[in-house]
Design a binder for this molecule. Structure first.
Ligand SMILES: CC(C)(COP(=O)(O)OP(=O)(O)OC[C@H]1O[C@@H](n2cnc3c(N)ncnc32)[C@H](O)[C@@H]1OP(=O)(O)O)[C@@H](O)C(=O)NCCC(=O)NCCS
Length: 80
């Protein structure tokens, strides 16, 4: 999955709402956590994920095609 909001619609909480919707759907299933990867230089996405409770669990050196580093982030959902 790739979370992306059209440039002209960014900054209107749509990304936050999409992620909240995804989390609600996952919470209704036997899903223990959500994991995602994000570029280290993607300040908008990193800030969004941090604010929504995702924690950096692994540094991904040269993870992307252009050698940019990334982070694997995770949020526990509390399901068993
Ligand atoms: C990252 C992305 C999904 C955010 O979606 P959005 O709808 O623009 O963001 P929202 O309006 O929901 O913002 C929610 C919070 O995220 C953070 N945020 C969003 N854009 C930000 C920016 N440009 N800089 C810093 N923080 C930002 C803020 O904390 C914001 O809350 P606030 O407005 O109260 O400060 C969007 O910028 C996007 O589609 N980017 C291009 C694709 C991409 O990088 N996807 C992620 C791949 S991992």
């Amino acid at each position: 999955m790739w979370l992306a909001i059209a440039p002209q619609a960014q900054g209107r909480k749509l990304g936050q709402q999409l992620l909240q919707h995804l989390e609600q759907r996952a919470f209704q299933r036997p899903c223990q956590f959500i994991r995602l990867e994000v570029r280290q230089d993607n300040e908008a996405a990193l800030t969004l994920y941090q604010r929504m409770g995702y924690q950096e669990v692994k540094f991904l050196e040269s993870y992307y095609e252009d050698s940019e580093d990334g982070w694997r982030m995770q949020k526990m959902l509390g399901n068993s």
